[in-house]
Ligand binder design. Structure first.
Ligand code: DPX
Ligand code: MG
Length: 872
């Protein structure tokens, strides 16, 4: 039987939530237990209820909806502030509060966490004012109907809803959830009103000489961003956005003309707005903030307003017309008129390059903006807090794909810290950057400790100008000064060293791959923190001996014969000197004097793949190490060396690594065995990291002649075979390409073609849905990659996707594996592991654009999905 709590959990999971934000209290504990039992929902604790509501608000920005759970009054009243924010900003956040038992009021109990009267309904009354639907479950049997009503109302209106659950009902039985379509079925436009509104809009815009579009903050809530883009491209006119909708229209689009914000507009967007004779405002909100104190208020006969569910222009008003339906319907009927673009191209301001500040110069806003601009990528989301940060943030030039988050309607200082936390929980693969002032930071700083707790990669840029500077501009007084803090030390405090590691150990023991990665990095940092500089340097100095000892113990059979004992110990004084080090390193166990036993690491390193890996790395690295000084003293070492200079391998061995492997059978065998085994078996295949199942169903036309997959430089076909096995039903060709020598005497299962091909040459397989390159790009510097990529670009069509399976190195705080692989590539084969910016530059240079970077949780290689650039 379902319970009220489990019913609610199921519904939250069914609407797509994967997390809910909570602060426990004795009115909600049983409810939290019930929610925690749902396998699709993770409970995320917050430091206080204001932050809890704002965290949910941020999650809804990333994820479309969110939920937060608080206790009665002391919790809910704090949460109302953040819920008010979600209302103002059009975000569907479900606020769930525990409350007194259903018999408490009738029994005239006086209760803690209440006003000390017999009235317990005041919280519901208050909730009604800040939500679009507020329900209290007075009987368990009413729970399904009321919960569905609250959630559906929130989703349809893009506003918060409130669900109050008395303590004694959280575990009370109720009906099982019915089909989720009862909650999710979308509302539809009234067809007649829609058609009439489109006709009026066609004649409004058709009669104007200089029409243009203005995007507003409600575009996202109305899920109308795509339809707005369609309309923009159908008219060809200029498009401005309001500050609250920055990033809702791609800023690199040729029709983008900047942020319209009166006198503080960017790219002179205000000149165009003033010049235009007909502006279609989609989802716009004009407040004192967004109009710069009513100086930029758009009204009158030249304004056509398309709101979330109604349309108005002088003389007309149509209800029940949904914005997305209206915009895409209009896109199909509108006449092309690019007069505003023609005019704009005459006075479009040239981008001004902010000069780099001198290293010793006082830090100024311009330099901060320049540096933040430099780190923005298509995968970034920039949060800008109320205060100076609004004005700095709005100036940023966003790469397509980057998102911008602002809370301009509610304007609560401190919002950005918890909201970015919730956002990063909802979108863990995006790079979240926060620009926040010192005053704002002090309001909600506690949630930084949750960022630390979950190890979320959020970058906070704190502008410490010693107080409420924007307030100083408005009205100065000593109340605008605040206590200065040592902000950096505060972060160290939150980091809480060992506690943090203990927590990670707990999560790691549940098999969580993310915690496992974080734990390793944390232990590494802890080790560095504990070591004296002398300790660190000594550890590294002696480390080569460890590799040499392992090589000896593998080569002379000590480790293999120990592994063969399968757990039984071996006694020998002969090998004592080597075994002391082997066991210290953890490659085997010392169980008594001269007595050794194999462990899991012994077994692993004795497998052919790992033994070969030890050989490959140790022998080659040490030969390079032995000759690197002479290389540096003669030719020097350039980290990004292209052709012409010897790489360290060539210097040590007299030929490139590829030539060496071609002529040295023993090393070639070791290399191949190592490559086949270097990933753990637990690693997700690339076609799950990349949502291949979903994409293929969109891409496949079902024709047998279509080329579905080309595995370029795919070796002996391991990946294409696994892919075919995963998708046996997919009609179409799958092709393995590599050099003839690699493909020699290879046979593959039915449904896969083998094609000899050198990827530096003309690509014969045209118009494939997917070209897949696994660890090819990281073997070459940019000039060579460009040659390879250009062959693919020439073969691709608009529907083709190029998938590059390689590391995406973090710009700062990179992890062990990519860091080591990168230096290995530099030493062994003059190659590189790239950062996101380097990938972007490389792909752009050949006319490709990134669609999405798919990153697995365990920190292995990402799948970088790109396509032909739309504006080449
Ligand atoms: C207040 C504002 O340090 O930014 O750049 O120094 O202005 P700047 P800070 O974060 O200071 C913010 C401060 C006090 N506004 O200047 S904008 C009033 C206010 C508010 N929200 C809440 N309380 C007061 N906006 C919750
Ligand atoms: Mg300040």
């Amino acid at each position: 039987m379902a319970t009220v709590g489990s019913y609610l959990a199921t519904r939250l999971a069914q609407i797509g939530l994967r997390h809910h934000f909570v602060v426990p209290g004795d009115y909600n504990l049983v409810l939290l237990d019930k929610l925690a039992l749902n396998p699709h929902l993770t409970q995320v604790g917050c430091a206080n209820e204001l932050n809890c509501a704002f965290s949910a608000e941020g999650y809804a920005r990333a994820h479309g909806a969110a939920a937060c759970v608080v206790t009665f009054s002391v919790g809910a009243m704090s949460a109302f502030d953040g819920i008010g924010g979600a209302y103002a900003e059009n975000l569907p956040v479900i606020l769930i509060s525990g409350s007194p038992n259903t018999n408490d009021a009738g029994a005239f109990h006086l209760l803690h966490h209440t006003l000390g009267t017999h009235d317990f309904k005041y919280q519901l009354e208050m909730a009604r004012k800040v939500t679009c639907a507020a329900v209290v479950i007075d009987r368990a049997s009413d729970a399904p109907r009321l919960i569905d009503h609250a959630i559906r109302s929130a989703l349809l209106a893009s506003k918060p809803a409130y669900i109050e659950i008395p303590t004694n009902l959280a575990a009370a039985p109720c009906a099982h959830p019915g089909p989720i379509s009862a909650v999710l079925a979308p509302e539809k436009s009234d067809p007649d009103s829609l058609a009439a509104a489109i006709d009026v809009a066609v004649s409004f815009l058709g009669n104007k000489l200089k029409p243009m579009l203005l995007a507003g903050s409600k575009l996202r809530a109305a899920r109308a961003e795509k339809a707005f883009l369609e309309l923009a491209e159908a008219t060809g006119c200029a498009v401005a956005v309001m500050p609250g909708s920055k990033s809702f229209f791609p800023e690199q689009h040729p029709q983008y003309i900047g942020v319209y914000w009166g006198d503080v507009s960017t790219k002179a967007a205000n000149n165009m707005i003033d010049w235009s004779d007909g502006i279609l405002c989609a989802g716009t909100v004009f407040t004192d903030y967004s109009t710069v104190g009513w100086t930029a208020d758009l009204k009158g006969p030249q304004i056509f307003t398309a709101d979330m569910d109604h349309i108005s222009v002088t003389g007309y008003d149509f209800s029940r017309v949904l914005l997305a339906d209206f915009l895409s319907g209009l896109a199909n009927k509108i006449k092309y008129n690019d007069a505003t673009m023609v005019e704009y191209s005459r006075f479009r301001p040239n981008p001004t390059l902010q000069p780099t500040a001198e290293p010793e110069a006082t830090l100024r806003r311009g330099e901060v903006a320049r540096q933040v601009q430099g780190i923005l990528t298509p995968n970034s989301t920039l949060f800008v807090e109320t205060g100076d940060s609004w004005f700095n943030g709005v100036q940023m030039d966003l790469p397509d794909g980057a998102r911008f988050e602002i809370e301009m309607q509610w304007g609560h200082i401190g919002w950005s810290v918890p909201s970015s936390f919730g956002y990063a929980v909802g979108a863990p693969n995006r790079k979240t950057i926060v620009m926040v002032g010192d005053g704002s930071f002090q309001v909600t700083v506690q949630e930084v400790s949750q960022m630390v707790r979950l190890n979320l990669p959020i970058l906070i840029i704190l502008m410490n100008n010693y107080g409420y500077t924007i307030e100083v501009e408005i009205h100065d007084g000593s109340y605008n000064n605040i206590k200065n803090w040592d902000y950096a030390a505060l972060i160290e405090t939150f980091n809480a060293g060992i506690d943090h590691i203990t927590q990670l150990v707990e999560v790691d023991s549940t098999g969580d791959v993310v915690a496992h990665r974080q734990l390793q990095e944390a232990i590494h940092k802890l080790q560095l923190a504990v070591e004296t500089p002398f300790d660190t340097s000594m550890r590294l100095r002696f480390q080569p001996l460890q590799n040499i000892v392992v090589l000896i113990a593998l080569e002379n059979g000590i480790l293999p014969s120990l592994a063969a004992r399968k757990g039984e110990s071996v006694t020998s004084a002969e090998i004592k000197r080597l075994m002391r080090m082997i066991t210290w390193m953890g490659y085997a166990d010392e169980v008594g004097e001269n007595v050794y036993a194999p462990n899991d690491t012994t077994s692993l390193v004795c497998t052919p793949g790992m033994t070969s890996g030890e050989k490959h790395h140790t022998e080659i690295s040490y030969a390079i190490g032995a000759s690197i000084v002479s290389l540096i003293r003669t030719q020097g070492l350039h980290q990004f060396s292209e052709d012409g200079l010897k790489d360290p391998f060539e210097h040590a061995f007299g030929c490139t690594m590829w030539e060496f492997l071609a002529t040295n059978e023993e090393h070639k065998t070791a290399f191949d065995l190592y490559m086949a085994a270097r990933r753990p078996s637990s690693q997700l295949p690339w076609f799950q990291v990349y949502p291949a199942a979903e994409r293929i169903s969109q891409m496949s036309t079902g024709k047998p002649d279509d080329v579905i997959l080309v595995d370029v430089g795919g070796g002996r076909g391991h990946e294409v075979v696994a892919f075919r096995k995963q998708f046996p039903e997919v009609a179409g060709r799958m092709i393995l390409q590599d050099l003839p020598a690699t493909l020699e005497s290879l046979t593959l299962p039915e449904g896969i073609e083998i094609m000899a091909h050198d990827f530096f040459q003309h690509q014969p397989a045209k118009g494939a849905r997917i070209y897949y390159l696994r660890q090819i790009m990281h073997d070459w510097m940019d000039s060579k990659c460009q040659i390879i990529l250009k062959q693919l670009v020439a073969a691709m069509d608009q529907n083709s996707r190029l998938l590059i399976d390689d590391y995406v190195m973090a710009p700062t705080g990179a992890e062990f594996r990519p860091i080591h692989m990168d230096v290995c590539m530099m030493m062994f084969c003059r190659a590189i592991e790239r950062t996101e910016t380097q990938w972007l530059t490389l792909l752009e240079s050949v006319g490709l654009e990134i669609v999405q970077i798919h990153t697995p949780d365990n920190g292995f290689e990402s799948v970088i999905e790109s396509k032909l650039a739309t504006r080449r």
